[in-house]
Design a protein around this ligand. Structure first.
Ligand code: ADP
Ligand code: MG
Length: 249
């Protein structure tokens, strides 16, 4: 059984069947890509996993527990961390202060922004935050104002903030959309480094085949709301059904 199990999930928006009988199993500690043409239902599926949307029918379980009926916050506490397309960081704070926030929240369960003064005095939390920055190769930028970071570094910082929550699984929705090739390659390297350094499951929705084939161990192809095939990258390449879905043949 996978760490994430999706069974018979359906989701309609009015007359449109966005997801039709989706079954998906993601093995623990693998990188699993979900690909498919625009409008295939990839983001809808991801939203059903994180509690932003509730499926009309079917089940979704993570680590043996159902996620259905839980809030996005509760699902996050279960160990699923979603990486947003636009990094959600506090530009007014330094890189280090940004990473302190999830480290502190993890410890305390609550966080008040006006508590930053007392947060800074906690040595073990500071050490943890610095370790997260080292994990994403940003320790040298700890005291840089976050607003002035490059796009690639903002992505690195956001990843450090996600990892500070100690998630079991990361969900990424088109993390390289709109990026130049250099930043895309930087993101691929970052995800590879993260995977090497810890046990974590990564589900990535991605349009860019270069990214998919650089990272994924398993690929599910979604077309018109239904999984078409699931296989290894080697077998997905040149698969007639995949060609058909992408080329509209
Ligand atoms: P993808 O991420 O694969 O491009 P989406 O999951 O965003 O696809 O969308 C799947 C289908 O559902 C599309 O036809 C889209 O227009 C429709 N859709 C997505 N979200 C909504 C919504 N909130 N209301 C109505 N239709 C939606
Ligand atoms: Mg989408």
């Amino acid at each position: 059984m996978g760490i994430l199990e999706v069974k018979g999930v359906n989701k309609r928006f009015g007359g449109l069947q966005a997801l039709g009988d989706v079954n998906l199993s993601i093995e623990e500690n693998t990188v699993h890509a979900i690909i498919g043409p625009n409008g295939a239902g990839k983001s809808t599926l991801l939203n059903c996993l994180v509690g932003k949307l509730i499926p009309d029918s079917g089940s979704v379980s993570f680590d043996g527990q159902s996620v259905l009926g839980r809030s996005p916050h509760e699902i996050n506490q279960m160990g699923i961390s979603r990486v947003f397309q636009t990094p959600e960081i506090f530009g007014d704070l330094t890189v280090f202060e940004n990473v302190m926030i999830p480290c502190f929240a993890k410890r305390d369960g609550t966080f008040k922004l006006n508590g930053i003064g007392s947060v800074l005095s906690q040595r073990d939390i500071r050490d943890q935050a610095m370790a997260m920055l080292e994990d994403v190769n940003m320790a040298d930028k700890a005291h840089v104002h976050s607003a002035s970071l490059s796009r690639g570094d903002k992505r690195r910082l956001e990843m450090a903030m996600c990892l500070a929550q100690e998630p079991k699984m990361l969900l990424l929705d088109e993390p390289t959309a709109g990026m130049a090739r250099a930043d895309t390659n930087n993101t691929i390297d970052l995800l590879k480094e993260i995977k090497q350094k810890r046990d974590i499951t990564i589900a990535i929705i991605e349009h860019d085949m270069h990214v998919v084939f650089s990272l994924a161990e398993r690929i599910t192809v979604l077309a018109q709301g239904t999984p078409l095939v699931e296989d290894t990258p080697e077998n997905i390449k040149g698969h007639p059904k995949v060609q058909e879905a992408y080329l509209g043949g």
